[in-house]
Write a protein that binds this ligand. Structure first.
Ligand code: PEP
Ligand code: MN
Length: 336
């Protein structure tokens, strides 16, 4: 159960609610976020909510049968929006496009990408400065110095930044230079990282684990929300199956399922989802039709020279075609 508390609740009123929850067989967990103050009740007994509902300090009370609670749509039917400032809002009834290279490489590369994004009115740029690589010998990113350079150039152009954080110590280093922290597929169940991101007042996008279920993704989001941060979005990025014709198998199913199960915005990553440049466009368009609030994909001026993931990266011409089609298909979907 989720109990929404009034902003003016007194400690004594809160204590009596917690005591009553205990009597009814519910353990209470207090959660304070940027937007709300909640008691999440965990228990198994069927209870009459009226036993609690009359207590002072409660603004609303909801029964949520899912294992994840705060990210569930069972208590919050209206969709969450993430406002990044300067007119950039995710999940507000427009399609969010986030594009950029797999890795931030050079100043020249960042400048060229920003020019491409500005030309196409894309306000969010992706790029990794800490790269999780399967091989320890592969390029592992420019680190915080690269992020600072990117941030300086992006700010001048009014572009927001999404970048992957791999470990707890990087949160503070990156904090002033990112608008969205990305949790990568290899870290979806790094619970220490998720706990720390719960303490941060900055948006977090959690990618689905390589072999992670939808339920596990939602539970990972619950970590961050219950830690105090409800500025959250989820990302479907393909899962590992027996299929070898593509790098991963894009689970289009996950998009409408997530939209049904959670109020959080849902983003799709067709680049990692399929892993081959020639299929990124159709998979991206399918994700929009399936209900995605945003698309994140990889683009580079010269994909064949990219330091990482060149095989799934669109050049700027292909990216421009995709942006145009994404917007058209989104309009079509909204008109259904
Ligand atoms: C990335 O976005 O570059 C990335 C490494 O993604 P994932 O965590 O989905 O593999
Ligand atoms: Mn990549």
């Amino acid at each position: 159960m989720i109990i929404q508390l009034s902003p003016t609740i007194s400690p004594a009123q809160q204590d009596s609610i917690v005591t009553m929850m205990g009597k009814l067989g519910y353990k209470s967990n207090e959660v304070k976020t940027q937007q709300g103050h909640y008691l999440v009740g965990i228990g198994k007994k069927e209870i009459d909510l009226r036993a609690l509902g009359h207590l002072p300090g409660i603004t609303d009370i909801h029964r949520v049968s899912d294992d994840y609670k705060l990210v569930s749509r069972k208590w919050k039917v209206e969709r969450s929006r993430i406002d990044l400032g300067d007119g950039v809002v995710i999940g507000n009834g427009s399609l969010s496009i986030m594009a950029g290279p797999c890795s931030i490489e050079t100043e020249k590369q960042v400048e060229a990408t920003i020019r491409h994004l500005v030309k196409n009115k894309v306000r969010l740029m992706r790029g990794g400065v800490f790269k999780p690589r399967s091989s320890p010998y592969a390029f592992r990113g420019l680190g915080v110095d690269g992020l600072k350079m990117w941030h300086r150039l992006a700010r001048e152009a009014g572009i927001k930044i999404i970048s992957e954080v791999m470990q707890v110590s990087q949160i503070a280093e990156m904090y002033d230079y990112v608008d969205i922290f990305q949790v990568g597929a290899r870290n979806t169940q790094n619970f220490n990282l998720l706990d720390e991101l719960g303490k941060v007042d900055k948006a977090v996008m959690i990618k689905r684990g390589i072999s992670g279920t939808i339920e596990e993704l939602l539970s990972s989001a619950e970590y961050v929300f219950s830690g105090g941060n409800e500025r959250l979005l989820l990302c479907e990025r393909g899962i590992r199956t027996y299929e070898r014709a593509s790098r991963n198998t894009m689970d289009i199913n996950a998009i409408p399922i997530l939209k049904e199960k959670t109020h959080l915005p849902v983003v799709a990553d067709p680049s990692h989802g399929v892993g081959l440049r020639e299929y990124v466009e159709p998979v991206a368009l399918a994700a929009v039709i399936a209900g995605a609030d945003g698309i994140i994909y990889e683009t580079h001026e010269k994909p064949e020279e990219a330091f990482s993931d060149g095989q799934q990266t669109l050049d700027f011409q292909e990216s421009e075609v995709l942006i145009d089609k994404l917007r058209k298909v989104y309009e079509l979907r909204e008109g259904f």
